[in-house]
Each structure stands twice: as structure tokens, then as C-alpha cells.
Write a protein of this length. Structure first.
Length: 151
């Protein structure tokens, strides 16, 4: 069975968990191609935390040129596993990167799930825009009240 759809790629504030930027694309576009659109020059944090899909010289050069420090997960390859030091660095990076996964976990378990029945890129962009905005509102309420608001 073939599946078609759209992706919501996000950039979040690692300190507070707000979605700062997002890009909605057809599912056939690789996540790594969205990195230039997700980089936020107004972000006071100079680090970029991402999974190993964004590893490679091309991304290192892009981040360096844009003035960001690379905290992207390192990737092993066949017959070249990660060293113990690289595995430890990835483990430390995962603690910060987990905040992004929490956003997607929130989408999957509440607010109608992470799937949409909308047809067309425009409608999906509008749907994800509202969903991301709702997440930020709920995140703000949670942080400002320090209560157990379900986000």
C-alpha cells in the first residue's frame, strides 16, 4: 500500500520548548533539505541540535557559514561504527534533542493526532500552522501557570 502525505519540520527553542519556525512539505522531500529554512538567525542560542539525517560536510559548512555551532548527532556507517567517545557525545546531545521529540509525541497523543486528511499543500500548511500555534499557546499556559495543563 502506498502512502502519501506531508511533513511538519520544526525548529524549537531548546530552553522553553516553543516552536520557533516550521516548514510543511510533501512527504517525498527528505527532512535534511529543510535545514536552511529552519535555521533562525534571531535565535540567541548558537547551537543546532539535530539527528544524524543532518550529518555531513554540507551541513557543517552551512552551519559554519550561518554562524551556528554544530551539535548534530554523529552517524556511523557499515564497517565504521561510532567510537565510544562519539556514542557518548550522541547520548549527551539526545538529552537536548528530546525536546523536539516531545513536541511530536504531543501531536501523536493529543490534538487529533499527527495525521491529516487534508488534500493539497496549502490546506496542510494552514492545518499545521494552526496546530503548531495551538501547541505554543498551550506551552505558554503550562510555563506561565506551572500547573498540570495537558500539552
Amino acid at each position: 500500500m502506498n502512502h502519501y502525505g506531508y511533513k511538519n519540520s520544526i525548529c524549537i527553542d531548546a530552553e522553553h520548548g516553543f516552536i520557533r519556525r516550521f516548514v510543511v512539505t510533501p512527504a517525498n522531500i527528505h527532512d535534511s533539505q529543510m535545514l536552511p529554512m529552519l535555521l533562525d538567525p534571531e535565535n540567541h542560542d548558537d547551537y543546532v541540535w539535530a539527528d544524524s539525517a543532518y550529518s555531513g560536510e554540507r551541513f557543517k559548512d552551512l552551519l559554519s557559514l550561518a554562524g551556528f555551532e554544530n551539535r548534530i548527532h554523529e552517524k556511523g556507517s557499515r564497517n565504521h561504527p561510532l567510537s565510544a567517545a562519539a556514542t557518548e557525545r550522541n547520548s549527551i546531545r539526545s538529552q537536548t534533542r528530546a525536546r523536539v521529540e516531545h513536541v511530536f509525541g504531543c501531536f501523536a497523543t493529543s490534538k487529533g493526532g499527527k495525521f491529516t486528511s487534508k488534500i493539497g499543500l496549502k490546506k496542510n500548511k494552514a492545518w499545521w500552522s494552526l496546530k503548531n500555534l495551538t501547541f505554543n499557546f498551550l506551552r505558554y499556559l503550562y510555563l506561565s501557570s506551572n500547573s498540570l495543563v495537558s500539552i
